[in-house]
Write a new protein. Structure first.
Length: 116
């Protein structure tokens, strides 16, 4: 079992920045990759960025150049640094952990609202 707890969401003005955190606990040694996803009202959940244990990253086109995903393995924590935020970035952001041969684990989500 893996538990994921997101934090760092909030209200920010357009052009501002936020850093999201995802703290993992439990069977963290089995995790091979982690990622951030988001879901806006009325829309499907979508990929934002992923990072493997080897540090290989992948970004959605909407995140490239503005967001940076990273992991601190010593703290079992993943981050998403979000800069130049836009109103379209408003969504609930979810943390996901992937363990081979198991269903992925999800956090409870953290709300990000970009508005003036």
């Amino acid at each position: 079992q893996v538990q994921l707890v997101e934090s760092g969401g909030g209200l920010v003005q357009p052009g501002g920045s936020l850093r999201l955190s995802c703290a993992a606990s439990g069977s963290v040694g089995s995790i091979t990759a982690m990622g951030w996803y988001r879901q806006a009202p009325g829309l499907e959940r979508e990929l934002v960025a992923t990072v493997t244990n080897g540090g290989i990253t992948n970004y959605a086109d909407s995140a490239k150049g503005r967001f940076t995903i990273s992991r601190d393995n010593a703290k079992n924590t993943m981050y998403l640094q979000m800069n130049s935020l836009k109103p379209d970035d408003t969504a609930v952001y979810y943390c996901k952990a992937i363990i081979p041969l198991k269903f992925p684990y999800w956090g409870q989500g953290t709300q990000v609202t970009v508005s003036s």
